[in-house]
Write a protein that binds this ligand. Structure first.
Ligand code: UDP
Length: 239
């Protein structure tokens, strides 16, 4: 409804926390609203690929603090993201949107393997491609996965949604009351100032390859649709 989409192909990162509505497991109301927004922009002709996090199930770093081997804990984290992918797939298909899940860890019964050229073909046909299991390797995050997948499928922007924060701040707003939100920042400045809303690996991959990123909050209705359409929202991060 509000203008022509600015981006033709986007990579949307959804954190696992969003799927759980702040708790363990899945919140169908939240996933439903999210799917409505994605369906809306897909109908406007935007090609949407999604990288899904898994923080509503397991985070490797947290499990390893409880005594688990870090790499094994990270694999558990990756498996959690696949459950979120299947949930998103289901809600999107209920809304008439064609989808494909591609997993970085092979599991033929539930997902295609990650094949980048095939992912691009799906996008060209108007299917939403949902990437699961991160990069398939421990010690990485799904934020970094979002940057890598965006580059490989030639997305025009990374739309990095965050839970509980609506952009990049000069400091951590949860601990520093003087922190203020930035409308724009360069990757170099964000890295130099150690602004950690997004992990450094993701920032530096995008910086080196001159891929823009928009960091925005999920609070408030319609933010995903707004970001995908290219409306100014959150913080624009550029090389
Ligand atoms: N993970 C991993 N390699 C990857 C992506 C994810 O090992 O390439 C694991 C890691 O343990 C991480 C978990 O999967 O904590 C869930 O992903 P993430 O924490 O990025 O999810 P989010 O915070 O977005 O919900």
């Amino acid at each position: 409804p509000s203008g022509t989409p600015l981006y033709r192909r986007v990579l949307l990162k959804l954190s696992g926390e969003v799927f759980g509505g702040g708790r363990l497991g899945l919140d169908p109301d939240v996933i439903g609203r999210l799917s409505d927004q994605i369906a809306e922009v897909v109908r406007e002709g935007v090609q949407v690929a999604v990288v899904v996090g898994g923080g509503n199930f397991f985070r490797g770093a947290e499990l390893s603090q409880k005594g688990m081997d870090r790499a094994r804990a990270d694999y558990m984290g990756m498996l959690g993201t696949v459950m979120n992918c299947l949930a998103l797939q289901d809600f999107l298909e209920q809304r008439g949107v064609d989808t494909r899940v591609q997993s970085a860890i092979t599991m033929g019964q539930v997902a295609e393997p990650y094949v980048p050229r095939r992912a691009i073909r799906h996008l060209e046909k108007g299917r939403v491609v949902i990437f699961g299991a991160g990069l398939g390797a421990p010690y990485f995050s799904t934020d970094t996965t979002a940057a890598q997948r965006a580059l490989e499928i030639k997305a025009h922007v990374v739309l990095m949604s965050k839970n509980g924060v609506d952009g990049v701040y000069t400091a951590d707003p949860r601990t520093d009351p003087s922190a203020s939100k930035l409308d724009e920042v360069t990757y170099a400045d964000a890295l130099r100032q150690r602004l950690k809303v997004v992990d450094a690996t993701a920032f530096s991959l995008c910086m080196d390859n001159r891929l823009p990123m928009i960091v925005f909050g999920m609070e408030g209705d319609g933010n995903v649709a707004r970001a995908v359409r290219g409306e100014r929202i959150g913080t624009l991060v550029t090389a």
